[in-house]
Design a protein around this ligand. Structure first.
Ligand SMILES: [Zn+2]
Length: 477
């Protein structure tokens, strides 16, 4: 690349340019995580018709959904990418379509495109587990974890991945996943937004030239990402898993880079993390094409902090918990997880008490100093309402200020969750409450006789805030 090129040689400058220009390439029809095979097939077909892209039908999932490979470029170095072998890990799939937009555009970045596509050949298999994506679940339709199937090869997706890897004898492999949003980068409160791994290919976690290339490239990507998400990059555990694809593909001679999209406050649908995936993959292509990753070191890779499982949705510090004639001072954590609804096209949240005790080695996405506050069960409002419509007359905040977290309703609406900010309880239902590990988190925290916070289905409400934000409450029949 010429030194006066707008795209520059320095990864920082390059990334900033591509970051600023990203919107032009973003695939607009994918804008939340629960898209399905039906949503991406028109995109696969459309890009497959582009003269610079070859579309190869690789096979079908167990339920007959087509799996395709898209091939671009003519370089000697082959780069294989596969996404969503776990059906509920879709972030990188979105980024792959953004990259197809980038590579099929005709604009100021033409030199960069040529530079990449003359030196490498890109093979991308988006959504390797479409049956899992349909259900928004990790496993295949018949219930196995495809990433423990690299040796038995029972799943059609596994067979495709193994065959394509072997046919290409790919030089580089990108194993694209999402990880729990509860990891942090090292022993810090920073959520891991992106985790990388150069998977081990043996129990001893040896480093051969194949794995060393993965490590060096990851070191470069980490350096680039620090400009955007400083302190939020980690490495995934490198414990050897003999049945996993990453470990085996590394062993079979393809330099493998595991990318895990994690969690970021304020980005529940991971659209910013998708953009980071786009950036890091583009920089990977550029760096592989120019072998610039060679200037990085294994030591730089090893300096990236490890993933630590230490995040909860919220933690109350130093809360007072009465128990019989005692009072204990402790930390209390809640965690909200997603429950699929409407054919796994949508979800609601369910929040439980995820830990009680000394949580000094944990952090919350939200942190509350509860010194001097006493925790108790959320209360059920004594009056019964005939229908959900009658709740229009209720001021939920004034009920919360009195420590109520639920109301009784004679005729409950369908389903298990409600957008009304308090839990709904049927005539024979009971609200789970109390600060017990594992229980749905419905609590009130008192300063003296005054309520300071209520916790409703794990959502924390400061009752003095003018508009409390409760994502959703639950229905108990
Ligand atoms: Zn995964």
């Amino acid at each position: 690349m010429s030194s006066e090129s707008r795209d520059g040689d320095d990864p920082g400058t390059f990334a900033r340019t591509m970051y600023d220009d990203y919107e032009a390439y973003r695939e607009p029809s994918l804008n939340h995580r629960r898209f399905k095979h039906d949503d991406i097939m028109p995109l696969v077909k459309k890009f497959g018709e582009h003269p610079d892209i070859d579309l190869i039908h690789e096979g079908e999932s167990a339920e007959g959904r087509d799996i395709y490979r898209l091939k671009m470029g003519s370089g000697d170095t082959s780069v294989l990418l596969w996404s969503q072998m776990h059906g509920n890990e879709p972030t990188a799939t979105m980024a792959l379509f953004d990259l197809f937009h980038f590579f099929t555009a005709d604009d100021v970045h033409n030199d960069l495109r040529s530079e990449i596509l003359e030196n490498i050949t890109i093979h991308a298999i988006p959504m390797l587990n479409p049956d899992g994506a349909q259900r928004y679940q990790r496993r295949t339709a018949f219930g196995i974890d495809m990433n423990r199937d690299a040796l038995q090869l029972q799943s059609p997706g596994s067979q495709i991945l193994k065959r394509v890897r072997d046919d290409l004898d790919a030089d580089f492999g990108f194993n694209l996943h999402d990880q729990s949003i509860r990891y942090s980068a090292g022993d810090t409160p920073n959520s891991t937004i992106i985790a990388f791994l150069a998977p081990a290919y043996d129990e001893e976690r040896s480093i051969n030239p194949v794995r060393e290339r993965s490590m060096k490239l990851i070191a470069r990507l980490d350096e680039m990402l620090q400009d955007f998400i400083p302190g939020h990059v980690a490495t995934f555990s490198d414990t050897f898993e003999p049945r996993a694809f990453g470990d085996n593909i590394q062993k079979w001679g393809t330099s493998t880079i595991l990318v895990e999209s994690g969690g970021m406050k304020g980005d529940p649908e991971k659209q910013y993390i998708r953009k980071l995936n786009y950036l890091l993959l583009l920089e990977s292509f550029r760096s592989i094409a120019g072998t610039t990753y060679e200037s990085h070191t294994v030591e730089q890779y090893e300096d990236i902090p490890p993933n630590r499982f230490r995040l909860h949705s919220a933690i109350f510090r130093n809360v007072t918990m009465p128990f019989k004639e005692h009072e204990f001072e402790l930390d209390l954590a809640v965690n909200r997880s997603e429950v699929n609804i409407n054919g796994a096209t949508d979800f609601y949240k369910r929040g439980t008490i995820s830990e009680v005790g000394d949580l000094s080695t944990f952090d919350g996405y939200e942190e509350f100093d509860a010194s001097g506050l006493r925790v108790d069960s959320g209360k059920v409002y004594p009056d019964t309402f005939a229908t959900e419509d009658d709740l229009a007359a209720v001021d939920p905040v004034s009920l919360m200020r009195d420590g109520y977290t639920a109301v009784r309703v004679e005729e409950l609406p369908e389903g298990r969750h409600t957008d009304f900010p308090l839990n709904l309880i049927g005539p024979r239902g009971r609200q789970p409450a109390g600060p017990k590990m594992g229980r749905v988190a419905n609590l009130a925290l008192y300063r003296g006789d005054e309520v300071a916070y209520v916790v409703i289905n794990g959502f924390v409400v400061d009752v003095m805030e003018p508009v409390p934000d409760v994502g959703n409450a639950l229905i108990f029949r």
